[in-house]
Design a binder for this molecule. Structure first.
Ligand SMILES: [Fe+2]
Ligand SMILES: [Fe+2]
Length: 365
């Protein structure tokens, strides 16, 4: 009997995280069947690559001989339940496994025809790094390796700013380039050049974006808006009033905002007048340092991701990171408290709008 594992996904695009999982599966099973799913062109917030190109990405990777790339679900071009795929590959000489993410284990009972599915295959659960929550569940076998903590949304953001090459293999990169795929954030890379963003600042912006994408998924926010706002949040960092005037960008009135907060106002003006971004994104950039009492979910996520991205190291950041996993508002209040306390300890100006926001969200001074 062959031990066969089915690994499905949209692979939009195929990234090194997927490739590592497929290689690990190939080491542990007699046969790996990789099944790219059909992606409805109508359901996507971001344009998906065509089924043919997603298949081409998988075929471009150098997988071991026991990896089979299947167009079964793509060929069905419609709603495809896992049970259909499992039934399609079932045979007398195969013991079937179905690879799932570790988090999916909680919801397996809600899958379509769950009972039948359980009878036909064993779930092979792969955890993300740092989520060691293996527990005994009927019909689930836990993989002895972890997946990488990379998401397709993150890869798309990286491609926009020239960071993509480290996240996809060369063959996949070539397909992306040749077909002009995932170009939604390419304007950001050009903006970085135009407004003199320094490499360190770009790295910080990217780290904040990755953090923001995680928060967006956790709190059900628009991933595309979060990505654009965070990639662009510090675009005003190296901009002067004279530069804005030269570029015919209306100079914002910064009132008595301290120097270190003005880049947010300049950045918002750039987002609005040069790139015509939405009011929500412009506001998120504008208030990413001071916050504001009427801040929406997008602005909260942008401010918080900027504050807790992995490069930030200050006393108390870990507690805020923990809070951000459970309660967005609570984490924002902690962030504001930390900012106010820090500025006061340094005898620095605290923007009244920051204190107002802190009180509005229930914080006490
Ligand atoms: Fe900033
Ligand atoms: Fe920042």
């Amino acid at each position: 009997m062959k031990r066969t594992v089915i690994f499905g996904g949209s692979f939009d695009p195929l990234h090194i995280g997927h490739e590592n999982i497929i290689r690990n599966l190939a080491d542990r099973f007699d046969e790996v069947i990789v099944v790219p799913t059909y992606v409805s062109p109508f359901k996507q917030a971001e344009k998906a690559a065509s089924p043919e190109l997603r298949l081409a990405m998988l075929r471009s990777a150098n997988f071991p001989d026991n990896v089979i790339i299947s167009d079964y679900e793509i060929g069905n071009s419609g709603c495809s339940y896992s049970i259909n795929t499992v039934m399609n590959f079932a045979s007398e000489d195969r013991k079937l496994y179905f690879a799932v993410g570790g988090e999916a284990v909680r919801t397996l009972d809600k899958w379509y025809q769950a009972e039948k599915l359980k009878r036909m295959c064993v779930f092979y659960a792969i955890l993300r790094p740092g989520y060691d929550k293996r527990r005994d569940v009927e019909n689930v076998e836990w993989a002895d390796f972890c997946g990488d903590d990379i998401s397709s949304s993150e890869v798309k953001a990286a491609l926009g700013i020239g960071y993509g090459k480290s996240l996809v293999s060369p063959g996949v990169y070539k397909i992306i380039e040749e077909n002009g795929l995932y170009d939604g954030y390419n304007f950001v890379g050009k903006a970085y050049e135009r407004f003199g963003m320094k490499p360190q600042r770009i790295e910080h912006s990217f780290n904040a974006t990755i953090e923001g994408i995680k928060l967006a998924k956790r709190y059900d926010a628009n991933i595309k808006d979060v990505t654009v706002a965070l990639l662009m949040h510090d675009i005003g960092k190296y901009v002067t009033v004279d530069m804005l005037k030269d570029m015919k960008i209306p100079v914002p009135d910064c009132g008595n905002l301290p120097e270190e907060c003005r880049h947010a106002e300049y950045g918002a003006a750039i987002c609005k007048y040069v790139y015509n971004l939405s009011d929500e994104i412009v506001n998120a950039v504008k208030y990413h340092t001071t916050c504001c009492p009427s801040m929406d979910k997008l602005t909260k996520i942008v401010a918080l991701a900027d504050f807790i991205e992995p490069g930030r190291k200050f006393d108390g950041v870990e507690k805020i990171r923990e809070a951000a996993k459970n309660n967005l508002d609570e984490a924002v209040v902690m962030m504001l408290k930390s900012t106010i306390d820090y500025l006061r300890a340094q005898n620095k100006y605290v923007a009244p709008i920051t204190i107002e926001t802190y009180r509005k969200l229930g914080g006490k001074l």
